[in-house]
Design a protein around this ligand. Structure first.
Ligand code: SAH
Ligand code: SF4
Length: 435
């Protein structure tokens, strides 16, 4: 019988994508996936350091996993985004600790414990591994790892290191294969996709001195290919949101009319303390340009409430910005100090938890209002949705603008594009029937 593995994946899409590559490694050496952690011989954690809550969940789990070890053999591994401080603490609880970029060393580590495992054929970098995609019709393709921005609140540059872009040919090949296999939605992934290729001038990068396309060039290339698919990308940084990128987005074609552009705060003073490199005016000017080029675009954002020293007035500026932009979606987070980051070292976390909660609530109310107004515009129109699954007996999918669309229909349509006539809208989505 094959040994079984269970993966506990926390955090963002990048982690989910990394887990798909980790599955390839484990299955190549002879493991088989299980969805039951109590049946697993190997448990791998792909962790997230962005918020404390993810870390707390790992501390909660590891105790029970270590209890299992008293009854039967179990190997545990920690990878993903882990801050130095957590690494120091957790190294006594896990059998294996590996940086995600060293994940190809896992077979060697496992073979030390189980000589019967099969051989693994390593590739130049873990991103070159062929992933075991979770879905048969939508795929996430990482184009780079790491981040050089060093926003003061953020753990990512510490846990993932500096930016490294994947060779363009490798990205093209992965995307081509997906299109050939009939994948309908491809999302290019990176912490800051707009700086793709910039590491060619960074002496620390393996791409130093190489000729790589810019992100708009990369996007334009894929967008010009034949096929029946949508193309998306996350995440963009407002500082690098160039005119060239907006021009390529305006080509539309495969590129869906959706942009995730995290603003974080509506106060210039807070943005400066966050080391975000832009002002509110710059952000609004970029957005204006995007909307002029693609009027039907939907916009989402990330916002942090209760960042160090955020006053009532500064928070009110964020609320004002949200009203002004009229976001379709916003991922609102309460500031959580991450040990080792510049903000955690330099500024006290002085906004009380209750106030953070209250501020989050206020922004959510604004979001509900603006998102509903945008969604109502769809009523009476026909929109195309990629059906992702079923929920409460209905089909559920996303349209090009990343709106959730719910409608009655047969399960065979999962993974297909379907035209839907919209009859009703809420803040969080659209309802309709097949057109
Ligand atoms: N690279 C992306 C996002 C990275 S993390 C970007 O630059 O936008 C995803 C989101 O988590 C961030 O946009 C931010 O809103 C939130 N986040 C990051 N660190 C945080 C912290 N310490 N406390 C609260 N939210 C945080
Ligand atoms: Fe973190 Fe800022 Fe880099 Fe995004 S751009 S990953 S928020 S440091």
């Amino acid at each position: 019988m094959k040994p079984k593995y269970f993966l506990f994946v926390l955090g963002c899409q990048m982690n989910k994508s990394d887990a798909e590559r980790l599955e390839t490694i484990l299955e190549q050496i002879g493991y088989e996936k299980t969805s039951r952690e109590d049946k697993a011989d190997f448990i791998g954690v792909v962790s997230c350091a962005v918020r404390q809550s993810a870390m707390d969940r790992i501390y909660g789990k590891i105790r029970s996993w270590n209890l299992i070890k008293e009854k039967r053999p179990l190997i545990t591994m920690l990878t993903g985004c882990v801050l130095k401080k957590d690494k120091e603490k957790l190294k006594y609880h896990f059998d294996i600790l590996l940086d995600i970029k060293d994940i190809q060393k896992l077979p060697e580590e496992l073979k030390k414990r189980n000589a019967q495992l099969g051989d693994f054929i390593p590739t130049t970098s873990y991103l070159s591994l062929k992933p075991k995609y979770e879905s048969k019709f939508k795929a996430y393709v990482p184009i780079m790892t790491g981040c050089n921005k060093f926003c003061t609140y953020c753990a990512v540059p510490y846990t993932r290191g500096f930016e490294i872009s994947r060779p363009a040919e490798e990205i093209y090949q992965e995307v081509k294969e997906l299109i050939d296999q009939g994948y309908k939605e491809i999302t290019l992934l990176g912490q800051n996709v707009n700086s793709y290729g910039n590491d060619t001038i960074d002496k620390r990068s393996p791409n130093y001195g190489k000729k790589l396309p810019t992100f708009p060039e990369l996007l334009h290339e894929i967008n010009s290919w034949p096929g029946d698919f949508w193309l998306r990308f996350i995440t963009s940084h407002p500082y690098d949101m160039s005119d060239e990128l907006i021009e390529v987005m305006a080509e539309r074609n495969h590129l869906a009319e959706y942009l995730h552009l995290p603003v974080q705060s509506g106060s210039d003073e807070i943005l400066r303390k966050m080391n975000r490199y832009y002002t509110v005016d710059h952000y609004l000017e970029r957005l204006e340009k995007v909307r002029q080029a693609i009027p039907e675009i939907s916009i989402s954002t990330d916002i942090i409430v209760g960042f160090c020293g955020e006053t009532e007035q500064q928070f009110a500026e964020t609320a004002k910005l949200m009203e002004k932009v009229g976001y379709d979606m916003a991922y609102i987070a309460r500031y959580s100090p991450r040990p080792g980051t510049a903000a955690a070292r330099a500024f006290p976390d002085d906004v009380p938890a209750e106030i953070k909660k209250e501020r989050e609530k206020i922004l959510t109310e604004i979001l509900k209002k603006t998102a509903l107004a945008f969604n109502k515009k769809f009523i009476g129109q026909t929109t195309e949705a990629l059906v992702e699954g079923t929920k409460k007996g209905k089909l559920i999918g996303k349209n090009r603008q990343f709106k959730t669309v719910t409608f009655p229909g047969s399960k065979e349509l999962v993974g297909q594009f379907v035209k839907v006539k919209i009859t009703d809208a809420t803040a969080w989505g659209l309802n309709g029937e097949i057109a």
